[in-house]
Design a protein around this ligand. Structure first.
Ligand SMILES: [Zn+2]
Length: 64
C-alpha cells in the first residue's frame, strides 16, 4: 500500500479544503408550489406541509 512520505503542511491542507464548498452547497432545491420556499424535491414541504399541492400535514410553529 502506498504510504505518504511526509506529512502535508497546514498550507497544503488549507488549499485542499478551500474546494470543499462545492460539496457543501445544496445542489437541487425547488420552490414549493404552495408557499414558494426552497425545499428538497419529492418531500413534504417543511414550511407549509404540502406535497404535490394537495396533501397537507400539520406544521409545527417553531420553524418560523
Ligand atoms: Zn410550502
Amino acid at each position: 500500500m502506498a504510504v505518504p512520505k511526509a506529512r502535508k503542511s497546514k498550507a497544503k491542507t488549507a488549499m485542499r479544503k478551500a474546494h470543499w464548498y462545492r460539496k457543501v452547497q445544496p445542489k437541487n432545491l425547488v420552490p414549493c408550489p404552495n408557499c414558494g420556499e426552497l425545499i428538497k424535491p419529492h418531500r413534504v414541504c417543511p414550511f407549509c406541509g404540502h406535497y404535490k399541492g394537495k396533501e397537507e400535514l400539520p406544521v409545527e410553529d417553531n420553524l418560523e
